[in-house]
Design a protein around this ligand. Structure first.
Ligand SMILES: [Zn+2]
Length: 377
């Protein structure tokens, strides 16, 4: 019986999460006037490799998961700015962002695949910074980049300091899928495994969801360039990414099922305990409901009330996590309402994002949203 109940809860959660319309954005790096990196013999362009692989990855996800919404930042050979790629994903409220690139180095023997997430400052090496600079350099091709990217200079290491912590909410999930991608590229596509790395990629920085950037291989290496340009190689590499997605998505469904099974048993207990009064029951339910807030600022120092760093937002709350004071604005058990608040906050803090709490404890935002949607069909 217990197993049957568990199974029913699992099925309920699966149905619920699939109804949630998981959205993945597939981002083919470069395009149009921006060729990306070019092979030594000048015949193979990064933009063509990334587009071919991106289209195959998307197609395979569409086929394997009809309930998943697949969006592409480009489906043709056209130029798309980095901010616009991220904006597209944010606007769609996407759950995952996969950016596809090929690497290049002066050293022609450099080879191998690596997958990046935005990361923690101390884990960024000089070399990773070089790669981030190269990929970010594309903004200089964008017509109004001075305005679009404010004071960001892709060549200045100082510019990367602004990336600190912005994506930290999603680092765990991002690394989770990045590891699957790397495992598959090494095992199935026989790529030299350069590992999961972290660096300040502009396109990942601007997205507010788990995000990875895959460098499939070195286009500057003659042997790898041939593989990158071959249709068999492209097919293999795309399978590595789409199978990584399969595993990641399956893990999410499982987590969500476990979370809602746990939640169901909590609310059943509460109902039993609070049997006598209707009001109690309502209180019990609302205490279990996730409270959504907008996190807009992190600081290693505690800031005073009305600090100018809050840019006039008031009242603000904070919680302490991993050595940082994290400042939030707004609070609602209604996810739709907090989405509206977020839009307002984003006018002042463009990278502000939604966080969730249950009984004052910080919980996984994606799971909290799933829970909210389950209780508000
Ligand atoms: Zn690139």
């Amino acid at each position: 019986m217990r197993h049957l109940l568990a199974l029913i809860f699992t099925l309920m959660a699966v149905v619920n999460l699939t109804a949630k319309d998981f959205t993945v954005v597939i981002d083919a790096g470069h395009g149009g006037k921006d060729p990306g990196a070019i092979s030594a013999n000048k015949k193979i362009y990064e933009k063509n490799v990334t587009l071919a692989v991106a289209l195959m990855v998307g197609k395979s996800i569409e086929e394997n998961h009809p309930e998943v919404k697949v969006l592409y930042t480009r489906k043709t050979d056209k130029f798309v700015g980095l901010n616009d790629r991220a904006r597209m994903a944010n606007k769609a409220n996407a759950d995952l962002f996969i950016s596809i690139h090929t690497n290049a180095a002066k050293n022609r023997s450099a080879r191998g695949a690596e997958t990046y997430t935005l990361g923690i400052e101390e884990e960024r090496t000089e070399r990773n910074l070089e790669i981030a600079k190269r990929e970010n350099g594309v903004i200089l091709l964008e017509e109004n980049h001075e305005k679009q990217y404010a004071n960001f200079n892709p060549d200045s290491p100082e510019s990367y300091i602004i990336f600190e912590f912005i994506q930290s909410e999603y680092v765990k999930e991002s690394i989770h899928i990045a590891q699957y991608v790397q495992e598959n590229l090494a095992a199935d596509a026989n790529r030299h495994d350069r590992g999961v790395r972290q660096a300040g990629f502009l396109v990942l920085n601007a997205t507010s969801m788990p995000s990875i950037l895959v460098e499939l291989g070195y286009i500057s290496n003659a042997e790898e360039a041939k593989y990158l340009a071959s249709s068999s190689g492209q097919k293999k590499m795309s399978q590595c990414i789409s199978r990584a997605f399969d595993k990641y998505y399956a893990d999410l469904l499982k987590q969500s099922a476990e979370a809602s099974a746990a939640n169901s048993s909590i609310s059943r207990e509460n109902k039993v305990k609070n049997e006598p009064e209707e009001t109690h029951r309502q209180t019990a339910t609302s205490e279990d409901a996730p409270v959504f807030k907008i996190q807009f600022l992190s600081s290693s120092k505690k800031l005073g009330k009305g600090d100018s760093a809050f840019k006039g937002l008031s009242p603000v709350e904070h919680y302490y996590d991993k050595g940082l004071y994290k400042y939030t604005y707004g609070a609602s058990t209604n996810y739709n309402e907090i989405l509206r608040t977020k839009r307002k906050v984003n006018e002042k803090f463009k990278d502000a994002f939604i966080v969730a709490f249950i009984k004052g404890e910080r919980v996984d935002t994606q799971q909290a949203i799933a829970l909210f949607k389950k209780n508000h069909p």
